[in-house]
Design a protein around this ligand. Structure first.
Ligand code: KET
Length: 397
């Protein structure tokens, strides 16, 4: 037999858990595992602006050619304006190479392959902890991955000085993966002052920042959450940014994302774009037409854009109200515990400090699913399950 020597797949800590949730027959089950926004009824919303964009696409009923390797021109320029602002010097001078990718995961991986090919001596540093798939994707591209200090478990905050000192010791051209907002899994972000303080280190050490912007709009706002991207661009740094529409437009399965590389000049950006196209061709050839149609219409049509911004604000506000509700319920039942982190952490996730055995108990006894690292997706809470979830957590802490 050809494949009998294969190791059985241990499963993915997030995706396989989500599959297990769907297979659980218990009616009262609560899905706080995967980073997906659910509405108060527990459904993945289809935003009205996305429905309208799709209705227009259907009415136009055009042919379905392959997109170019770099994706749709309309989507690429809409992404640049969204991330950098229409008037940004880097955009006007043509020194940003942007590709539409297969989700931001596709972008992250294409960027990793590009780095392996063109900066083969570079190694990668990710935050401790980070999204599990970061390490898997960069290692999968053949790069060596290390961690830099990030989360302070005792205070539930950021180890900023340790982070800065660690980066200040890295070899030139090291790749530093940074979450632009709504850090996954901790919900702890750099403040604006901290981003500003990091820029000179990145510049002086000639590091190559790689921003992951998967939760734009879930922190403070769509514009506000692009702060790190714009700050690095204004400082004249060369860097990567992979951004996603999965969460912000609630279009997970459409695989809508992009990769942008801010370069030193327009000529350099042309070279980079060319080699990124070659990388795409070798991987998946070209990205998805439907995703491009949705994103370019929602971002490009003023009415759809305004509706989208309102929807993102509503999703963000609902998560904040769930943070308050969970905090209140837990503080009432277990006043000796400090649950303040539910209020201070931002975005979809909270890092609870629950141990793997506590997480297992929550799943087995209470049908409450969270990732074994203790990460909770707050967007899975709703007015119908938050009290029950709080009672379950109170029972295991
Ligand atoms: N980056 C981060 C930080 C991230 O959390 C996700 C998805 C992605 C990129 C990928 O997004 P996309 O554009 O859809 O390829 N995170 C959630 C789902 C997953 O693990 O794939 C999660 O952490 O639950």
């Amino acid at each position: 037999m050809m494949f009998s020597h294969l190791e059985p797949y241990a499963g993915d800590p997030i995706l396989s858990l989500n599959e297990a949730f769907h297979g659980d027959p218990r009616d009262h089950k609560v899905n706080l595992s995967i980073g997906i926004y659910f509405d108060d009824a527990g459904h993945i919303p289809v935003l009205a602006c996305v429905r309208e964009a799709e209705a227009r696409m259907l009415a136009e009923s055009g042919p379905k050619p392959y997109l170019p390797m770099e994706g749709s021109a309309a989507m690429r320029s809409a992404v640049q304006e969204l991330l950098f602002g229409a008037d940004h010097e880097a955009l006007r001078s043509g020194r940003i190479a942007t590709l539409q990718t297969v989700g931001s995961s596709g972008g992250l991986r294409v960027g990793a392959d590009f780095i392996k090919r063109w900066l083969p001596a570079s190694q990668v540093w990710v935050s401790d902890p980070t999204w599990d798939n970061h390490r898997a994707m960069f290692e999968g591209a053949g790069l060596t991955v290390h961690t830099y200090p990030y989360y302070d478990a005792t205070r539930g905050g950021l180890r900023f000085e340790a982070l800065r000192e660690a980066l200040a010791r890295l070899p030139a051209r090291s790749v530093v993966l940074l979450h632009a907002c709504c850090h996954n899994p901790t919900g702890v972000d750099l403040t604006r002052e901290q981003w500003r303080a990091l820029v000179p280190v990145l510049r002086e050490r000639e590091l190559l920042p790689y921003l992951d912007l998967a939760y734009q709009g879930y922190g403070e706002g769509i514009e506000e959450d692009a702060f790190a991207v714009r700050e690095l661009a204004c400082a004249g740094l060369t860097f990567f940014v992979a951004n996603s529409f999965s969460k912000s437009m609630s279009v997970y399965g459409e695989r809508a994302g992009a990769l942008s590389v801010v370069c030193g000049s327009a000529a350099e950006a042309d070279l980079v774009l060319g080699q990124l196209k070659a990388t795409v061709r070798r991987n998946y050839s070209s990205p998805a037409l439907h995703a491009a149609g949705i994103v370019s219409r929602v971002l490009g049509d003023p009415a759809l854009r305004a509706a989208w911004e309102a929807d993102v604000a509503a999703m963000r506000d609902r998560i904040t109200s769930m943070r308050r509700a969970l905090h209140q319920a837990l503080s009432a039942t277990r006043p000796e515990h400090d649950f303040g982190y539910f209020l201070s952490q931002r975005g979809m996730f909270s890092y609870t400090g629950l141990s793997a055995p506590q997480v297992d108990r929550l799943r087995e006894e209470f049908a409450v699913y969270l990732v074994r690292s203790g990460r909770i997706c707050m967007a899975g809470l709703n007015t119908g399950n938050v009290e029950r979830t709080a009672a379950a957590i109170a029972a295991v802490v």
